[in-house]
Design a binder for this molecule. Structure first.
Ligand code: ZN
Length: 484
């Protein structure tokens, strides 16, 4: 054999050995746990009725404060042990903070989050609902109504779990806070932000925060046949920017070209063609480290050898909008405006660009990217900063709290794969970020692609069976995190 050929053969042999060894070592990250027996948390239909009752309060974000106060009273009467044992404070007029004092003072507290407000029903769609959106019905195996998924299921589910633990005589080792904001859907400035300020003023440092955000998905994670519980370790940031193009206007009979609209159009096209670079990093990389070992052999080999196949994985992920959003900062033009008269060339044209920022990137970096890509002195790029926020930090998947969360999910949902991930939507958790060592975004609703459109949409509902699991999940999590 010629020496050159020998080198090639040896090289290939070495390569295939490395790939095989890495694939062999790419073991499942699932824990070995025994499912917990169905612990009695109470009559499941009564539990379902109590959630349905809470759905009857039309606590629409920014709506009548009186309705929020009525909901407070309902929770007070429905969960008497919670009311009698925990301290309850009203913050920002309509948000609630509960404190369940732990027996060991030095243990760092935990915080469970949800929100009392719901989005309104889109005008003209109320009649499309199987049951009226604020009727709060239990029927056909489901609890129906606005808030059944987002997220009175969390508020009432957490309180139901605490009530059951109190009935059992459970006492937490560490302090547990429950915080329910009243304006999450509009950014949480009056609710979550104020509760966070209050906790900070008391010098409280949290072990972890658990908020809504991701769920147990079925048939949504590609390549995995079993349901996957996605736990959000981080969430994307967001910024809106205004592009303004200026040019000479005048009568359309003798136009000066290019027009402001043409210049703006070219700028938008550049932004669509040159999106920020994609990368498999942070929480998204962790996702594939957890689901990869559960995939078919070919995919498992690829994810076990990202040092070699990362480019291939990224190419597949960017091909579909849902997974593209997990690997890059996305840029989309959402509004455009220019011109007032059909025969008049305008001097100004404007567009709004909505950017969702991957952890690791920043608002300043986004502005620089836009200016660099547009590269046109006739187009200005300005921040519309009324709703901007930076991406969150990425929580630690090796922490004790993540392990407790994973153990709890596997105990209550046998057969479900647990994986960290990146949340694409904003949650109240970011207001508490600086107070907590780790923040997770997960509520164990079982969702299919069909259920996702019910969130903020028509016929929002949750299965009675699933709601019972959710209550058991919160009770078990408190035992695992704060039991002795
Ligand atoms: Zn929500």
């Amino acid at each position: 054999m010629k020496p050159a050929l020998m080198v090639v053969v040896l090289g290939l042999l070495l390569l295939s050995t490395v790939i095989s060894v890495r694939t062999f070592r790419f073991r499942s990250r699932q824990l070995l746990v025994t499912p917990i027996p169905h612990r009695e948390i109470g009559d499941r239909m009564r539990i379902a009725e109590r959630l349905a009752g809470a759905l009857q309060f039309e606590t629409v974000t920014g709506g009548s404060g009186a309705v929020f106060l009525e909901l407070h009273r309902y929770l007070e009467e429905t969960f008497p042990l919670v009311q009698g044992t925990l301290t309850r404070e009203t913050v920002g007029e309509y948000s609630l903070l509960y404190t369940w004092r732990g027996s060991e003072a030095p243990a760092r507290p935990i915080l469970l989050l949800a929100h009392l407000d719901v989005v309104p029903v889109e005008p003209g769609t109320a009649a499309d609902w199987t049951y009226p959106p604020f009727a709060g019905r239990v029927a056909d195996g489901f609890i129906w109504g606005r808030g059944a998924l987002d997220v009175k299921v969390g508020v009432v589910g957490i309180l139901e779990a605490v009530e059951a633990l109190l009935r059992d005589g459970f006492r937490p080792r560490r302090t547990i806070y429950l915080a329910f904001g009243h304006d999450e859907e509009s950014g949480g400035r009056e609710g979550a932000a104020r509760i966070a300020t209050l906790l900070r003023s008391r010098g409280i440092e949290l072990d972890y925060v658990l908020d809504e955000g991701l769920a147990i998905t079925d048939g949504i994670v590609p390549g995995v046949s079993r349901p996957v519980a996605l736990v959000g370790l981080a969430e994307k940031g967001k910024v809106a920017l205004e592009l303004t193009a200026r040019a000479r206007g005048g009568h359309a009979s003798m136009p000066h070209l290019p027009t402001a609209i043409g210049i703006l159009g070219a700028a938008i096209q550049k932004l669509e063609r040159r999106q920020p670079a994609a990368r498999l990093a942070g929480a998204t990389r962790q996702l594939f480290e957890y689901v990869g070992p559960e995939m078919s052999r070919a995919k498992r080999t690829a994810f076990a050898n990202l040092w070699l196949f990362e480019w291939l994985a990224v190419r597949k992920l960017v091909a579909c909008p849902e997974t593209n959003a997990l690997v890059r900062t996305t840029v989309a033009t959402t509004m455009i405006n220019g011109g007032v008269e059909e025969d008049l060339v305008p001097t100004v044209a404007r567009a709004v660009v909505n950017v969702r920022i991957l952890p690791g990137d920043s608002i300043a970096g986004v502005v620089a990217h836009l200016r660099r890509v547009i590269d046109d002195g006739r187009v200005s790029v300005e921040l519309l900063d009324h709703s901007a926020f930076e991406p969150s930090t990425v929580s630690d998947v090796e922490s004790e709290s993540f392990a407790a969360l994973q153990r709890t999910i596997q105990e209550v949902f046998p057969g479900v794969i647990v994986a960290p991930s990146l949340a694409l939507a904003r949650t109240d958790a970011r207001h508490y970020e600086s107070l907590a060592a780790n923040s997770y975004r997960f509520l164990p609703m079982r969702v299919t692609a069909d259920d996702l459109r019910r969130v903020h949409g028509t016929d929002e509902r949750i299965a009675v069976d699933n709601y019972e699991e959710i209550v058991r999940f919160y009770a078990r999590l408190i035992r695992n995190s704060a039991g002795t």
